[in-house]
Every structure is written in structure tokens, then in C-alpha cells.
Design a protein around this ligand. Structure first.
Ligand code: AMP
Length: 282
């Protein structure tokens, strides 16, 4: 495996692969790998001639009061794990490479970013869309893999790819969870042992919501209230948002018919966690 830190060098590799007609799988990440990342990486290695993984904690997607500086990092471990999975190139650029002096160009997906995490984290998806567009131009992948863990991000990236005519196939991947249901996240290391136990409340709330829907609940507002109360019953948890949305447009629903998505964000202690899952009204 090659570790590349320079944009120009990564672009030269990508140019060479394109000339050779190689299919390139790409997994953009912020590093500190867990099984969620590894599931995306395995799939990328499996179904392409070459796999590229980027490790870059993107400053433009963090708000001024957020955890950019203390976000967990362990590049040596990430390099080892990527190598073990058969990754061909790990791209780990510096901030100066990605956002050199004078940088002033951003990508904005206007509607899908209005609600949910977009409303709670102003500028977050502008940073995400910008860095993903840049990475796609640098790596020139055939396919790129995104986890449903970050469901709104997945929809935003799909929209950007369509709107900007980018020639990359976006492959959505299911959420990988711990045994007790907690969605894997690099941020889970922030949790104290007590908070770690409480953090399963998001998964349990989704399971409870599925059960309420199975029992016939079709009023989205009422279901939402039940889910809020369920989460707030956990003393260490505080709801940031609970929404029941259309899985494609992410617009809030009034009634449950067919497929919906339950979108959850909560603080457990001072750590903000997100989760989501399907709700099917048959
Ligand atoms: P991150 O490093 O947190 O930015 O995540 C990089 C990619 O891994 C994104 O596409 C995430 O959606 C995905 N991802 C993160 N956690 C999980 C998980 N528990 N299951 C599946 N995919 C995940």
C-alpha cells in the first residue's frame, strides 16, 4: 500500500489508472477506523480493480464550537488496518494541501441540508459537499462508498453527484452496530462507561418506534412524541432532534405510509450522537 499526502501525486496516480482503464473504488473517511469504516473498505476492495481510502479530518465541516481539535486521530493504526484489507492507496492530505492560502470555493446543496443535522450544524454540509467534491476530483473514482449511519450526508452527496454531473456511482452501505445496537462511530470513544451504556437509547428508540408502527401507529407527530419521551426517559440523554422523514427528500411526514426514515440525534453527556433507521408501514 502506498501512503500519499500530496494532491498532485494522488492526481497523477488517478490519471495513470484512468489511462489503464482501471475501476477505482473510493472510501472517504475522517479516520480512526472501526468496523463501520472497514465494511465500506472491504466492499471497495472487493468490487473494484483498486481501492483508495482517504483519511482527512475536514476542518470546514466543523462549527467553531465543535470537536475538530479533539476529534480522535491515529493515522499509524489506520494505515495498518487499510493495508491489511488490501487497500492500494491511503490518501492523507494536510490542511495546507486541501485548503491552501486564498482558498474560497464551496459547494452548497441547498434543500436537503435545511433540516436535521443541517439545521443544528450550520455550514456542516457545505463543508462536507465541498471536501467530497474535491476528493472526487482528486481521486477520480468509479464508485464511492458511504454509510447510512450518516443518512443525510448520503442523500446530500447523491444529490451533488447528480447536480454536478460527476461520473461516480454512490454505493450506500448499511449501518454497522455494536452487539448492543449502538451504531459504531469514532466519537463513541468520548463516552464514559456510564454514558456508553446509556448511548444504546437511540437504537432502542428506533426498535420501539418500529414496534409502535407494527401495532398500527400511523400519525407521525404522535410517533415522534413517543420517541422523544422514550429517549428523554434515559437520564443521561437529551434529544437534539427526532424526525420522521421521507427517505429520499428528507421532508418531514405527517402520516406513515410505505417507507419512512426515523432520524435521531441526541446528546449523551456532552457527546452528540446520531442514528437512523427505516420505518415500514404496510
Ligand atoms: P467518518 O470517518 O465518520 O466521516 O465516516 C466515513 C464513512 O464511514 C462515512 O461514509 C460514514 O457514513 C461511514 N460510517 C461511519 N460509521 C459507520 C457505521 N457504523 N456503519 C456504516 N458506515 C459507517
Amino acid at each position: 500500500m502506498e501512503v500519499i499526502a500530496r494532491v498532485a501525486e494522488m492526481q497523477a496516480r488517478a490519471r495513470q489508472w484512468r489511462r489503464e482503464g482501471k475501476q477505482v473504488g473510493f472510501v472517504p473517511t475522517m479516520g480512526y477506523f472501526h468496523q463501520g469504516h472497514l465494511s465500506l473498505i472491504r466492499r471497495a476492495v472487493q468490487e473494484n480493480d483498486l481501492a483508495v481510502v482517504s483519511v482527512y479530518v475536514n476542518p470546514t465541516q466543523f462549527g467553531p464550537q465543535e470537536d475538530f481539535h479533539r476529534y480522535p486521530r491515529d493515522l499509524e493504526r489506520d494505515i495498518r488496518l487499510a493495508e491489511e484489507e488490501g487497500v492500494h492507496v491511503l490518501f492523507a492530505p494536510s490542511d495546507a494541501e486541501m485548503y491552501p492560502q486564498g482558498y474560497q470555493t464551496y459547494v452548497e446543496v441547498t434543500e436537503l441540508t435545511q433540516g436535521l443535522c443541517g439545521a443544528r450544524r450550520p455550514g456542516h454540509f457545505r463543508g462536507v459537499a465541498t471536501v467530497v467534491a474535491k476528493l472526487f476530483h482528486i481521486v477520480q473514482p468509479t464508485r464511492a462508498y458511504f454509510g447510512e449511519k450518516d443518512y443525510q450526508q448520503l442523500r446530500v452527496v447523491e444529490r451533488m453527484v447528480r447536480d454536478l454531473n460527476l461520473e461516480v456511482e454512490i454505493v450506500p452501505m448499511p449501518i454497522v452496530r455494536e452487539i448492543d445496537g449502538l451504531a459504531m462511530s469514532s466519537r463513541n470513544v468520548y463516552l464514559s462507561p456510564e454514558e456508553r451504556r446509556a448511548a444504546t437509547v437511540l437504537y432502542r428508540a428506533w426498535k420501539a418506534a418500529q414496534e409502535w408502527v407494527a401495532q398500527g401507529e400511523r400519525d407521525a407527530l404522535r410517533l415522534r412524541e413517543k420517541v422523544v419521551r422514550f429517549i428523554e426517559a434515559e437520564p443521561l440523554a437529551r434529544v437534539d432532534y427526532v424526525e420522521i422523514v421521507d427517505p429520499l427528500t428528507l421532508e418531514p411526514l405527517e402520516r406513515l405510509e410505505g417507507e419512512a426514515r426515523l432520524m435521531l440525534a441526541a446528546f449523551v453527556g456532552s457527546t452528540r450522537l446520531i442514528d437512523n433507521g427505516p420505518l415500514t408501514a404496510t
